[in-house]
Design a protein around this ligand. Sequence first.
Ligand SMILES: [Mg+2]
Length: 364
Amino acid sequence: MKISEVIHYSLSYPVKKPYANSRTYNRSRRITMVEVKTDSGLVGWGESSGTVSDADIEQFVIGKSPFDYETIYDNLGRGGANCRAACGVEIALWDLIGKALDQPVWQLLGGKHRDRVLAYASGLFKPEGEDHAKGLSEEATRYRDMGFQAVKMKMGFGPDIDEEIVSAVRASIGDDVELAVDANCAYDPARAIESGRRMMAYDLLWYEEPIVPTDVDGYAMIKQALPTCRLAGAEGLASSRAFREVIQSRAMDVIQPDISIAGGFTEMKRVAAMAQADHVRVIPHMWGGCVRLAATLHYQATMQPDYPAPLNPFPCYCEYDMTENGLRTELGTRYPMEDGWVAIPDGPGLGVEINREKLEEYTR
Ligand SMILES: [Mg+2]
C-alpha cells in the first residue's frame, strides 16, 4: 500500500449565535482536514492546525507506506517547527494502518486501559447580547441535567466579573459537579493571582491558562500564591521539545496537549512519556472537529493509569465541546455522551465516517 495523494481541506462553520472567551468572539469555527489516499483504494482522515506544503508532500509522503508514519511525521514536523501542520497527515496514517489491518487505532497503540472516558462539558462562554451570569447559569444547569459530572467555563474577564460568573455557575450546578475555569491567557501573574484567590471559595477542578504557557516563572508565582489550586495549560504547544520546560519545571499540575496541534499520536506519546516521568498529569485538549475527537478518544483509551493505582483515581477527563460546532456534529460520526461518559470507538482505524456533502458545504 503506497500513498498516492494528500488533500487538505480548510473548513469553516459559521456560528449562528457568537460566543466569546476572554479574548475574542467566535463567529465561525475553522479546522483543517486532511485526506490521505492510497493505491489500495483505502483513504485515511486527519485533522491539523495548518497545511503541509506541496513540496514536502511530494518529497516525504507520496509513494511511501502509511506504516512509515513516524519517519514521515518527523520529516514533515522538522523537530517542532512544522508539527501543527504535520498532525493531519500523521493522524490520517494511523487511520489508514487501522483500516488496512482491520484494527482500531487504540489496538495499534498497544491496547486500551479503559472502554470509556468521563466527559466534561466544555462551553460556558460569554454569550453575545445576553446577561453574562444569567446565561451561564441556565447553560450550566442544562449540562448538569444532561448528566455531566464536570463542566468547564470561560473566565478571565477581570476579577470582579470572574467572581460573579463563577459563583453563579457554582450555585447552578451545586457542589456535586466538578467545575474547571479557563482564562485563555488573559492575565499577567498578578491579576491571575487576584482572580484566582477570589475563585478559591468555589472549589475548582483546575485553573486553566491564567497566563501564556511560555511564562514558566509566572506559573511558579501563581502556584506559590495558590498552592492548593491545580494549574493547567499548554494546549497550544507543538512538539515534545516545546513541552520540555513546562514539564520539567513542574510549572503546571496538568498539561493539555492537543493531538491536532502537538503533533499527532507520535508526539502525544512522547509528551506523555516525559510528563509521566516528571509526575505531571496529562488531560488532552480537544477543540475541533469529529476527526480530532475520534483521535483524542483513541489516544485517551491508551493513556497509562496512575501508578500506584488508587481506589478512586483522578478521572481521565475528555473535553467534550458543547458549543455550536457543525464540524463536530454534522461533518461525520458523532460520539455521544451518555450518563456523563463517552465510549471509546471500535474502529477499524479511527472509526470515523465523513459526510462528503458537508465536507464540500463547509470548505472555504
Ligand atoms: Mg483552554
